[in-house]
Design a protein around this ligand. Structure first.
Ligand SMILES: C[S@@+](CC[C@H](N)C(=O)[O-])C[C@H]1O[C@@H](n2cnc3c(N)ncnc32)[C@H](O)[C@@H]1O
Length: 326
């Protein structure tokens, strides 16, 4: 079941398929997609590269719950192109509503596969903080994965919409964080994808993530890594955040958001996260107070040991793409 769910979510996250990635000379685990290179180099925003629209369960409404329980889904999937065409739901009154709209471009014709009974019983939307089980969510820079696990548990039996990642290796995390194994199990039993060795400064070229699009990308308490001594100057942290944002802005779909949570006092204010966003051409949508208590089980961790740190006061900065055309 996990495999079906993960593949379905992976498919919903697919980026344009008509590009051949090339290997990165620095690191064979990372690949370069031509459209990515072009955008990173120019710092420009090209919203036309993303073909996957967020799922819309009802016309003109963002509250999906009421509609979902009375709907039957009927998604026609063109497997060889990875595109769904004419995907619709039918609500209780028998009225057809569009669900997924993917621009397939010129691709070969294929046999159709109908996912019918599989999809219907799995759709029920759950919420925690600003996050829902209907969003394609990428978490990066995780410590002991307690934040990802908190979201997954809140989403119920299935959290296949979550992709949770860390820079550190699995071996390091097992050794460093007492709750890591338990948190990872909470994620995997709910069909979330867990990846290690993901560097946010080059995640666009990651062999799995590089071809995916997300509705929310979350980095909690980014901190440039140095386990010997903490960097006191803002520059290394600003550089990390800048490079993260440059990658992340190419990985969100229309209406997608990038969330960075960071301390909002003392030296952390010198990082000036809103300014980093504006310099690279993304829009600060909102900054809100972050409340750890909203996320049961979440323990914000230092990068190099299992100590919790005091994350009060903190803010979440929410960024989105600048909309060029309406
Ligand atoms: C203060 S810890 C916060 C950990 C976790 N996000 C939390 O809230 O508990 C900073 C995290 O940033 C991660 N990090 C630093 N540089 C990174 C990079 N280039 N790519 C991905 N993660 C990075 C570290 O591995 C560490 O887990």
């Amino acid at each position: 079941m996990c495999e079906i769910l993960s593949n379905l979510w992976r498919w919903l996250c697919l980026m344009p398929k008509n590009e051949t990635p090339t290997s990165d000379d620095d690191d064979p685990n990372y690949k370069t997609f031509p459209h990515v290179k072009k955008q990173i180099e120019s710092d420009s925003i090209d919203i036309s590269d993303h073909h996957v629209e967020p799922i819309s369960f009802s016309s003109g409404s963002t509250n999906t719950e009421d509609n979902i329980h009375t709907s039957t889904s009927h998604i026609v999937v063109d497997l060889s192109s990875g595109c769904a065409e004419d995907a619709k739901t039918t609500n209780a009154k028998g009225k057809e509503q569009p669900v997924i709209d993917i621009d397939c471009g010129n691709q070969e014709l294929i046999p159709e596969v109908v996912f019918e009974e599989i999809v219907t019983p799995l759709i029920s939307v759950r919420r925690i903080g600003p996050y829902t089980s209907a969003q394609r969510i990428l978490l990066v820079g995780e410590g002991d994965f307690s934040f990802s696990a908190s979201l997954a548990v809140a989403f119920g039996a299935s959290a296949a919409n979550i992709t949770a990642t860390s820079l550190n290796t699995k071996k390091y995390l097992i050794k460093n964080y007492g709750q890591f194994v338990t948190n990872k199990a909470e994620l995997e039993t709910r069909c979330s994808t867990v990846l290690h060795g993901v560097d946010v400064t080059k995640m666009l070229r990651h062999p799995v993530l590089g071809s995916m699009v997300f509705d929310r990308i979350i980095f909690n308490f980014p901190h440039a890594l140095n386990c010997v001594a903490t960097y006191t100057k803002p520059l290394p942290h600003q550089k990390l955040i800048r490079e993260f944002l440059l990658n992340a802005k190419e990985m969100i779909g229309e209406g997608g958001e990038i969330h960075i949570t960071s301390k909002s006092n003392g030296v952390y204010l010198e990082w000036d996260i809103p300014k980093i966003g504006s310099v690279i051409g993304i829009k600060l949508i909102q900054q809100v107070k972050f409340k750890r208590s909203k996320y049961p089980g979440y323990s914000p961790k230092y990068a190099c040991d299992d100590e919790d740190f005091d994350c009060n006061p903190s803010k979440t900065y929410k960024f989105g793409k600048v909309t060029l055309f309406r």
